[in-house]
Design a protein around this ligand. Structure first.
Ligand code: ATP
Length: 134
């Protein structure tokens, strides 16, 4: 079978390991669909869900807070600061983080370092809510 192995790891743990038909990830320059036998590459990732399309027709979605993706012919490795599976996500926590970030964005100026920080926090919260199906 034409398979590409996927591994998503954080400094704490292996969050996900599986076999895919295709892996969709948001790279610095846009969405990438990685098929088996892809040319080797390394790219930074945006804060976004990773979509793993499997042979049985089911999809897995994993919330990934940026990091790096290494693609080899038969394996995709994602190294992230944090990552969660859908059923690990605390929806209340992500909702509070989203509201907190939105308040900060409304309060701080665009050039502010806190603005950038709030934008990233918002993106993490939105990614988690998306993966949790909310
Ligand atoms: P918060 O403001 O709620 O702490 P955050 O985006 O600042 O959110 P991170 O720094 O990205 O949190 O993550 C810290 C740790 O908490 C990581 O291990 C991450 O997996 C976990 N985590 C963060 N938010 C959630 C959530 N909503 N559900 C489950 N785990 C979470």
């Amino acid at each position: 079978m034409n398979t590409i192995e996927v591994e998503i790891v954080t400094p704490e743990r292996v969050v996900y390991r599986g076999d895919a038909r295709i892996v969709v990830a948001r790279g610095a320059e846009g969405d990438l669909g990685i098929l088996p036998n892809h040319i080797p590459m390394v790219t930074p990732l945006k804060i976004a869900p990773i979509l793993v399309k499997k042979h049985d027709g089911a999809d897995d979605k994993i919330a990934v807070s940026g990091g790096m993706m290494e693609v080899r012919k038969d394996k995709v490795t994602i190294l992230a600061e944090s990552a969660e599976l859908a059923d690990e996500i605390d929806v209340n926590r992500a909702t509070s983080a989203k509201e907190r970030a939105e308040r900060r964005l409304a309060e701080s100026g665009r050039e502010d370092i806190d603005f950038k920080r709030a934008q990233m926090s918002l993106q993490r919260a939105l990614t988690r809510l998306d993966v949790a199906g909310k």
